[in-house]
Design a protein around this ligand. Sequence first.
Ligand code: ZN
Ligand code: ZN
Length: 383
Amino acid sequence: VSPDAPDELPATYERRIARARGLLPGSAALLLGLGADLRYLTGHTRYATERLTMLVLPSAGPVTLVAPRLEAMAAAATPVAAGGLVEVVAWDETEDPVAIVADRIMASVADTPRLLVNADLRAGHLLALQAALPGAVFGVDSEVSRALRIVKDPGEIELLRFAAHAADRALAEVAAGPLVGRTEAEVSREIRDRLVDQGHDAASFAIVGSGPNGASPHHEAGARVIRSGEPVVLDIGGTRRGYGSDLTRTIWVAGPDGRRPSAEFSAVHETVRRAQAAATSAVRPGIAAGAVDAVARRLISTAGHGPEFIHRTGHGIGLEGHEEPYLVAGNGLLLQPGMAFSIEPGIYLAGRFGVRIEDIVVCTDAGPDVLNEAPHELLVVEG
Ligand code: ZN
Ligand code: ZN
């Protein structure tokens, strides 16, 4: 799959559906509403609303994609439907889609089937399904979806790399300035535009945390005006054919009066840079996800900032911005070639400033493959 290919190959989805079936016990079915799991198996993606879209994938027998009439053309155009792997059943505005789904399930599995839904299925849809299928036992499909999605294929990795490079370029453009005198919200809007200009299909987020706002890791860009002589945390991401970028750099805005980084800020930045580099170097097949977190945490703790590293070291990335594997203390999951995740340690000094550095990294047999190319050294912006 090239990042510019108009459509993925039907064979890719055929293989994925076969794998999903192989993971299902005999009397079970997957019931997938709109979301990453459905997109992974079929290529179908729409904005999730109160109208039910649902893939009915039993362990054997026909596969059905139930979709509202006004989205059925899009469903029929997916490679799986066009290739005859999945039958699209459209429902009209006055019909009950849950009854259609229930009929399809009872036609293909036992009286008391085990039904696995995606974790982000709307509660309203799940409750309606439970009412329509009183004999069924419901669960979350996480074991199936994890096994399918946690290791990326080469095409997925190239999409992640394409998105990472587009984010690198967008960040470099914004960091060229000017920044002084502009609000965080203005800069955030510019980042979103540049993420798309550089090759994303859509921007997902653009955190701009200036001065003390940088101490709040998920700060929403707001009305604060960026001043000279302060740091700014930029955490940006978009998607390319569904696959995300997620890049953070903390820059210093020197401004026209040329105020250089304080010694304290420089030291904190250097600690985070070293922690990020050390955790990245630790990536290899067979190391536990939690052990990578420990590498970054030990370095930051030794520097005296352990309590101020208030989040895990990283998260998987793919069709979702946050997915498995999670690089968090206690996670014994062993990394495998093809797993993709962020490495993003940070130090947050409440009321003063924060520093975070984040790349997307793929585990390979040869060690870490860092998808981002943005430099890690402290960038001082002159304007
Ligand atoms: Zn991020
Ligand atoms: Zn992240």
